[in-house]
Design a protein around this ligand. Sequence first.
Ligand code: FES
Length: 141
Amino acid sequence: MNEDFEPKIVAFLCNWCAYTGADLAGTSRIQYPPNVRIIRMMCSGAVDPVYVIKPLLDGADGVLIGGCHPGDCHYQEGNYKARRRVAILKNILHQMGFDEGRVWLRWISASEGQVFAETVTEMVETLKEKGPNPLRELWGT
Ligand code: FES
């Protein structure tokens, strides 16, 4: 593991749950690594697979998609759609020889600031183990 390597994570968080959870982590001053760049989405179901692939091609080391827990999506079934999409996307990435373990889907409620912080911490540690996204070298990013 390269201790100097600081993974870059792009996180797509749904407005109603995961983003609010991340906000709670901030307002509660819960410590988590600063490696994550957050993009607020209205729903995890609105995260198009292209949104996930683009940052990976641009050199992000991992992509986190955060949504409401099953049954809690504010648009009824958006998170189920996200779950199906991510499963298919991971399968395609795997088929292409890309480590699909760089893409995470997690359910984080608005009250789970601690869970958000733990998720980011765990993802940073996992990505440190994996090392830089191999596409980084390819594209010089
Ligand atoms: Fe949060 Fe749909 S509104 S996953």
